[in-house]
Design a protein around this ligand. Sequence first.
Ligand code: NDP
Ligand code: 2IT
Length: 448
Amino acid sequence: MPMHGDLERIYADVLARNPGEREFHQAVREVLESIGPAVDKHPEYADAKIVERICEPERQIIFRVPWEDDRGAIHINRGFRVEFNSALGPYKGGLRFHPTVLLGTVKFLGFEQVFKNALTGLPIGGGKGGSDFDPKGRSDREVMRFCQSFMTELYRHIGEYTDVPAGDIGVGSREIGYLFGQYKRITNRYESGVLTGKGLNYGGAQVRREATGYGCAFFVEEMLRARGETFDGKDVVVSGSGNVAIYTIEKVHQLGGRVVACSDSSGFVHDPKGIDLELIKDLKEVRRERIGAYAEERGGEATFVTDRSVWEVPCAVALPSATQNEIDEADAAALVRGGCIAVGEGANMPTTPAGARVLLEAGVSFGPGKAANAGGVATSALEMQQNASRDSWSFAHSEERLRDIMIGIHARCFETAEEYGMPGNYVAGANIAAYARVAEAMLALGLV
Ligand code: NDP
Ligand code: 2IT
């Protein structure tokens, strides 16, 4: 898509000043390609150089994380926290532990987070962090020592009014527990609101674990409703088998859909009668096994496939919930051939720009991650609210709040796309609505 002239210049500047950070470039480009009409409508934002300021993180922290494994060998990892934008509230966003994590990865995620958090309508700014630490195959004690070392530096940068991390790939409730324990020890403060995604017995909130997946299913239910459809009786493919994937599958099943495939980085399993979610939970949440074990335990019901893409499995709805750039042009074409009418991004930026183009041109309802997966961070904001008031809400109430928030995000994206003459384009709707909210706050706060 051609870019508005001023935005083309800003994008060239982003490329020059952030060399080699391909994922960050991709995330910025996707937003700048959409917001031209909003930039034209609000010349006062351009005068204040709002877009230039949005593309530059407020603060980037990089630190060394030394730790010792169970054999006494020493490892040196790198830790990151990119505090991107605090116009709407404290920096908020997850921590990712994965060997592929580079500064550019954290910047792409932090940039996306600013817009996602704005769409929730809640008072949260955007940030992201993580490390190139690989938790796979590490013992509990090794993970604990790593988390303690990571927090020994991170603690000085975070706080319930400053920056509130949570989980992402490789960081779940086990890691959040170790991180919170170390924060509490160093600061001598039981500051529950400094991290979200905590266990229910030490300040965590009901439905946070389920929130990203449930929220994605609620968002897609709304996209289907807008085209006169429901999940009922539809085959669905979900990639990944981690936190987001598991609770997406759970809610899709509750809404009447049938998830027939899911995956991890070793391949995918195809189970035409429907994925046995209890088995996936046991394999992934308890035993921490590879996905191939699912097919073994299901006998002849399911097959384990390593030489093809999960997107070749025919489905009406696809919910990528693993990682960035997992649906390329060929995958998108396979989805369209297989009868797919809706894609909801549970993961962050799972579709490449060429893949997204194929889906949009084929008339597939396409819910971008910053809208479709915002339920996780929204429920984190509800966890912060409960921590601040020393309260805890019931599961049913929390889920109802989440559902209302997702319906609200869908409406905001849908209506904004209509208002700007791009009906059905949730990418444009999400980017413009989020940009307008952040820009307005930045303008009000002056040149800071
Ligand atoms: P988990 O670590 O719980 O699960 C990640 C899943 O994706 C695993 O099945 C993993 O397989 C797979 N995966 C990760 N990296 C790759 C890769 N490079 N190639 C293939 N498969 C991969 O993470 P989450 O479920 O929390 O996160 C999944 C996605 O959702 C991410 O994009 C994250 O940013 C996004 N997200 C998460 C939110 C949250 O609240 N947790 C909120 C919003 C978005 P394996 O185990 O083999 O590595
Ligand atoms: O990408 C995301 O929105 C998350 N990983 C969740 C962030 C949060 O602060 O709950």
